[in-house]
Design a protein around this ligand. Structure first.
Ligand code: SF4
Length: 253
């Protein structure tokens, strides 16, 4: 059975990166600081909502080594993460108190797509009645398609159309809201077919490289001859030592 999920197409932007990260789970030198902080923010919000307690706004504990992309500064990333938590605490948590909700809700829809069994799965940050909420540590501006896929997934998994999906920009306070519409049903099926085709193409050519936007946060970019990623640095969070990761050529097989 094929497993599809809402962010699969973004993962498949470069087949080689997808196969190495998602299928082979190859280790990387270090996580990106932005990714580690994003996970931490999501985790603290989920804990706060589960326990009905104020969100932990204490200092972040990062892994010993993190990767920074050119132009990123750890202090800026930490400040942004702190501002996101502060906004959640000030603007969102009080209104969610006492409301029935599910946090990090795993949703699964088993269906047949052109005669083939498919699992369409996803984890929803917050299910609040008929609303799906997605916390964004970055700009929520480009979230509309993802929100539509969440609506389609929730519709398929429960048999009931949700009311809307909302992306909440924790730093900016900007929100993107996508209401349910019947048009999402044929659109969603078309997207699943496209995902399935892209997946087949990637699995047939697991070493295919597709340099471009996918390279920026690709964990293997410094060792990929085709990379278009900006420079990257390894930061030792205890000593503050920074090492530039020189791009190597002709490393990929
Ligand atoms: S650096 Fe770019 S082209 Fe190379 S594997 Fe990563 S995403 Fe693909």
């Amino acid at each position: 059975m094929t497993t599809l999920y809402p962010t699969l197409e973004a993962d498949l932007a470069c087949p080689s990166r997808y196969v190495r990260t998602q299928l082979h789970k190859e280790p990387s030198l270090a996580p990106f600081a932005s990714t580690a902080l994003g996970k931490e923010v999501h985790g603290r919000i989920a804990t706060s909502l589960r326990l009905g307690l104020p969100v932990n706004q204490g200092a972040f504990r990062l892994p010993r080594r993190v990767m920074l992309s050119e132009g990123e500064k750890l202090d800026d990333l930490l400040n942004r993460a702190q501002r996101g938590l502060a906004r959640f605490e000030a603007d969102y948590r009080p209104n969610l108190e006492g409301e029935a909700h599910r946090v990090e809700a795993f949703v699964e829809w088993k269906l047949e797509l052109d005669g083939k069994p498919v699992r369409f799965v996803g984890k929803l940050d917050l299910l609040l009645g008929q609303e799906i909420w997605d916390w964004k540590t970055g700009n929520p501006g480009g979230s509309r398609e993802q929100l539509r896929l969440y609506l389609f997934l929730a519709y398929g998994a429960t048999g009931n159309p949700p009311r809307l999906a909302r992306a909440v920009g924790l730093e900016s306070g900007e929100e993107v809201v996508e209401p349910w519409s019947e048009e999402i049903i044929p659109w969603g099926y078309a997207r699943l077919r496209r995902m399935q085709e892209s997946l087949c193409t990637a699995l047939a050519n697991p070493k295919a490289l597709n340099p471009g936007r996918a390279c920026r946060y690709c964990p293997y970019a410094h060792a990929c001859s085709a990379s278009q990623a900006p420079g990257r640095y390894l930061l030792d969070t205890r000593t503050g030592e920074v090492t530039e990761l020189a791009a190597q050529s002709l490393v990929t097989e």
